[in-house]
Design a protein around this ligand. Sequence first.
Ligand code: NDP
Length: 356
Amino acid sequence: MHQRSGWGDPNGLGQGFQALVLTALLVGLGVSAGLPLSALPEMLLPLAFAATLTAFIFSLLLYLKALVAPASALAPGGNSGNPIYDFFLGRELNPRICSFDFKYFCELRPGLIGWALHLTSVETDWEQTALSHPLCNPQVLINLALLMQEAELRGSPSLAMWLVNGFQLLYVGDALWHEEAVLTTMDIIHDGFGFMLAFGDLAWVPFTYSLQAQFLLYHPEPLGLPLASVICLINAVGYYIFRGANSQKNTFRKNPSDPRVADLETISTATGRRLLVSGWWGMVRHPNYLGDLIMALAWSLPCGVSHLLPYFYLLYFTALLVHREARDEQQCLQKYGLAWHAYCQRVPYRIVPYIY
Ligand code: NDP
């Protein structure tokens, strides 16, 4: 299959985390040498505009590149013949130059690193050299810059700012540490690479996923230790479910005989692949989304309840995951037919046990 060729290069995996660490080191050196990082928050609007323009021009080039791509390289969804629709969804599945895969790179590196180091925030994979070059992930600076500006304004970063930065850095670090897992996501396997993903990766993620830290800079929120501990616990529970569910499925998909998953109950499908029906995947049909949403709540709570803005991510992300879950169900139904029906009967809830 076109989209898989070249992905399996073991030298390319795990480098997202290295890129994050290297970026952090270089930023640290830059700051100690006098880099005025705290000036960055003032420039967020023009930077967001520049990132959007970059995503637009990049998508235009990708659209033109797809005109000369072989039919086997095209995505099923982005080739309707309507240029605006196809430009938006993306015509080519995994556009590349030599072994540099643009979508794999953009999904995790610039967006995620940009967000994480923004407060001190996550998304995909480029070629080796491009990935490890710090200039490839400039948005990493956003979260850190907000934290530093708060320290300048108020003497030290607030506990709420530390929590938001810490939680989001954990999320980004986790995504980059488990970078190879992105290869089995819908974005990589099914969706073309067009404006939707390019804009999401380069502009949307770094600039909107950091809204909580942006909010805290202008609306300081006093946070006591007891409440902070409860919020940490909520984030830990979310992370435990999110990581447990994602790792269980990835381990099972890589090697169903792995002792960590070999005892789990499964349903056979006509394709030869099996579906887990116990463990995390026996609780709801998307336990990883549940964990992700619990973490999203924990990222907003340090900002208090006086304003809706810090809860934008939670609301937007709930809508995104509900829609994504419906798309995935549709695809699984097509793939697995009767076996998927049997799974749905056995595990009736989609994301939240006994509720949805
Ligand atoms: P999933 O990791 O949930 O993968 C869905 C696929 O898993 C299905 O298509 C099917 O594929 C397989 N599967 C489903 N049920 C079972 C089962 N019972 N047993 C075995 N395999 C099963 O999809 P996503 O790519 O949507 O999500 C990956 C992670 O990324 C999630 O944690 C999500 O929360 C997160 N995410 C975060 C975003 C953000 O902006 N922060 C955005 C989107 C996602 P197959 O059978 O072919 O293997």
